[in-house]
Ligand binder design. Structure first.
Ligand SMILES: Nc1ncnc2c1ncn2[C@@H]1O[C@H](COP(=O)(O)OP(=O)(O)OP(=O)(O)O)[C@@H](O)[C@H]1O
Ligand SMILES: [Mg+2]
Length: 250
């Protein structure tokens, strides 16, 4: 399969005076149509990695190639068009627009890219919302719904455009198990129907086990990267418990 995302010696340093190297010469690629789970302890650099792949933050050095295009240099603002068209981003914190209804929030990317949504897009939004259990909230405002419902609204908004790449940071964090899996099902269907590339940062082992591939980040470096099928579920469960990377010399 074709590699859609390629990272070469990618490094991210925060701070001018006191420099903290958060990502250390990461070499990693992602194939199109594959669901990868990124795991690792708090502070290991998972969100930073996702933000850089999502063109929301610049790497300090190294190369970032997406879909054959070099995004290593330049300003993140230059990439907003590419991002809006090709990427769906689900943050740890969802940013809904309070003055718009749930349905309007979901349709926002359509408005931004192509103006007033056609009837078929509205239907698509409602179908997507039904699949994750928020269709009945369509006329409510973000303030009037629960945190988990807000999160699902943000998820529907990230997926409405059929983005080529979906980047999700703890997308099921606020959701109960059943709802979390309903959300995951919708994303998995996008992979099989559209060849979407899915990268999910998660602390949830059961979500990680559904992935085709698991990448474990520890202290800004890749500690493990493997395919779930090749390793076998039982061994993967063991690896998910094993914290030995934390203690290895870097
Ligand atoms: N804007 C920033 N300025 C300075 N340091 C930052 C900034 N953003 C993140 N960091 C630091 O970079 C490191 C990695 O942060 P990151 O948010 O990527 O971790 P994470 O793996 O997503 O953690 P978590 O599981 O808690 O969400 C942390 O030590 C954090 O304090
Ligand atoms: Mg994070």
């Amino acid at each position: 399969m074709a590699e859609i995302i390629l990272l070469r010696d990618l490094t991210k340093v925060y701070g001018e005076v006191v420099k903290t190297e958060v990502l250390k010469k990461i070499n990693l690629s992602f194939e199109q149509g594959v669901f990868t789970a990124v795991i690792g302890p708090s502070g290991s650099g998972k969100s930073t990695l996702l933000n850089i792949i999502g063109l929301l933050e610049r790497p300090t050095s190294g190369q970032l190639i997406i879909d054959g295009q070099d995004f290593s240099e330049g300003d993140v603002n230059d990439y907003s068009q590419y991002r809006n068209k090709n990427m769906g981003f689900i943050f740890q914190f969802h940013y809904l627009l309070p003055e718009f209804t749930v349905l309007e929030n979901v349709l926002l990317p359509i408005w931004i890219n192509s103006g007033k949504p056609e009837e078929k897009m509205v239907k698509k939004a409602l179908d997507l919302m039904a699949a994750i259990g928020i269709a009945h909230l369509k006329n409510k405002y973000p303030m009037e719904i629960s945190g988990g419902e807000q999160q699902r609204t943000a998820i529907a908004r990230a997926l409405i455009n059929d983005p080529k790449i979906v980047l999700a940071d703890e997308p099921t964090g606020n959701l109960d198990r059943e709802t979390g899996f309903a959300v995951l099902e919708v994303m998995m269907k996008m992979i099989s129907d559209l060849g979407t590339t899915l990268i999910i940062v998660t602390h949830d082992r059961e979500i990680a086990l559904r992935a085709e591939r698991i990448v474990e980040l520890v202290d800004g470096q890749i500690c493990r990267s493997f395919r779930v099928k090749e390793v076998g579920e039982e061994k993967v469960r063991e690896l998910l418990e094993d914290r030995s990377c934390l203690f290895s010399e870097n």
